[in-house]
Design a protein around this ligand. Structure first.
Ligand SMILES: Nc1ncnc2c1ncn2[C@@H]1O[C@H](COP(=O)(O)OP(=O)(O)OP(=O)(O)O)[C@@H](O)[C@H]1O
Ligand SMILES: [Mg+2]
Length: 406
């Protein structure tokens, strides 16, 4: 069995285990709740019967004893006579049963029950359980009761338990998937480094061939040779990028406009001349850039823009800034097919492509290079289907306050 299958099996076993724990404990708690509810009714009944007993005797100690029992397992109860008057209570919140007396009232009596509180409690008890009826002094009295604090706690217990299990599952799942991701990353890093290594030899040979051709055909100043050299240098840069995957690239303070200009100049002669390029904006902004990686970002964005333009169109890059927020903006706009609003986020997902020969990797890599290596952001600033798109890169500006911001 391969490690992925093994992990999947683990994941399912974990899930099954959690389901078994959850349902087992739910069943057991509901069984407990039922039993305790039954015994609470019996206890309310026993209490009511002892009340009746007590009311027909004069034993004050017994009365005190019954009223004193106030532990958490006491079933809170209210006794109401046939006229609806409250006769006895127990297990209610003693801090709420009395209301404050003013001075005049204090002279007359000690304490006064809060009728509102009793009414509320009675309504609640009515909604919870059928009353127990007793005959006291030949009159029918009713004992209303509600679940004890213990039972109430037990009733919410399954929800707490389910939450804990859900959290446990989430943590376990995240741990598994992140370990799998890091494994996959290692495979990619290895592959990239190996590719870079293998590209090294033919690239150096190409360099040597170019020198030989220059000599042999006396083509030192031929512009074609210069372009060829440029391309081989690009190949070298690409191989270099691959070899650097997995290591943390260094950022250097760079003039953003100049870096973008260099790349746009290199790029524009390599695409159809039906597409025009324009670079505008602030030339005095600085940001921390890793030039090879940033060129890669520009390459992906410009290539996408070219792909989005069917035939004739224009691509504009504008550099601007926000001095207050210390930000540099690089906006890449095209007059291409546009992106529907619902896909503004999706385009950055690896594998998402609308091109026949696309891999759907360009923008996901770009986002990674901007977010992780340049501590910036990239997003679709605006786009309209059929009209065009603007991607915006936001980087931290390294200018001081004296630079014009826009
Ligand atoms: N400027 C743009 N205008 C319109 N759609 C775009 C633009 N940029 C990207 N998209 C859409 O986003 C998708 C994903 O782009 P991404 O660069 O990630 O992959 P791709 O270009 O399809 O393939 P590749 O891996 O070769 O770059 C594209 O297929 C396209 O549908
Ligand atoms: Mg692309």
């Amino acid at each position: 069995m391969n490690p992925y299958q093994q992990k999947r099996r683990w994941k399912y076993s974990l899930l099954a285990f959690a389901v078994v724990i959850a349902s087992g404990s739910l069943l057991y708690t509901s069984y407990l709740v039922k039993n305790i509810a039954k015994s609470e009714r019996t206890r309310a009944q026993v209490w009511a019967m002892s009340m009746r007993q007590m009311l027909s005797s004069d034993d004050n100690d017994f009365l005190n004893y019954v009223l004193a029992v106030r532990d958490s397992s006491v079933v809170p109860a209210l006794v109401v006579d046939s006229k609806g008057e409250f006769q006895l209570t127990r297990g209610l919140d003693t801090t709420k049963t009395f209301i404050k007396l003013d001075e005049a009232e204090l002279k007359e009596k000690h304490q006064k029950y809060d009728p509102e509180y009793f009414k509320q409690e009675l309504e609640y008890m009515k909604s919870q359980h059928e009353p127990i009826q007793l005959t006291v002094l030949k009159e029918p009295w009713f004992v209303y009761y509600k679940d004890s604090p213990l039972l109430t706690q037990l009733k919410i217990f399954p929800y707490i338990q389910l939450t804990v299990i859900a959290i446990f599952l989430m943590v376990a799942y995240t741990a598994f998937s992140s370990s799998r991701k890091s494994e996959q990353n290692q495979v990619w890093v290895g592959l990239a480094k190996e590719t870079a290594h293998q590209l090294g030899t033919p690239i150096s040979s190409l360099m040597a061939w170019i020198e030989l051709i220059k000599d042999k055909f006396d083509a030192e100043n031929d512009p074609l040779m210069a372009e060829m050299e440029n391309d081989v240098k690009r190949l070298e840069i690409v191989a270099d990028r691959f070899s650097k995957i997995g290591s943390v690239p260094k950022l250097e303070t760079q003039p953003v406009y100049d870096v973008v200009k260099d790349f746009v100049d290199y790029f524009k002669v390599r695409v159809s001349d039906k597409i025009s390029f324009e670079l505008t904006g602030n030339q005095a902004l600085f940001a921390g850039l890793n030039v090879p990686l940033f060129d890669w970002v520009l390459e992906n964005l410009l290539k996408n823009a070219v792909n989005a333009i069917d035939g004739t169109g224009s691509i504009k890059v504008n550099i601007s800034g926000n001095r207050a927020k210390k930000q540099v903006f690089i906006d890449v706009s095209d007059t291409g097919k546009g992106i529907p609003r619902s896909k503004f986020e999706t385009v950055f997902q690896p594998g998402y492509t609308t091109r026949k020969r696309g891999w759907g990797l360009g923008l996901s890599l770009t986002k990674r290079m901007i977010n992780n290596y340049h501590n910036g952001q990239i997003f679709v600033r605006d786009s309209e289907v059929g009209k065009g798109t603007t991607f915006r890169i936001v980087l931290k500006s390294l200018n001081d306050d004296s630079t014009p911001a826009t």
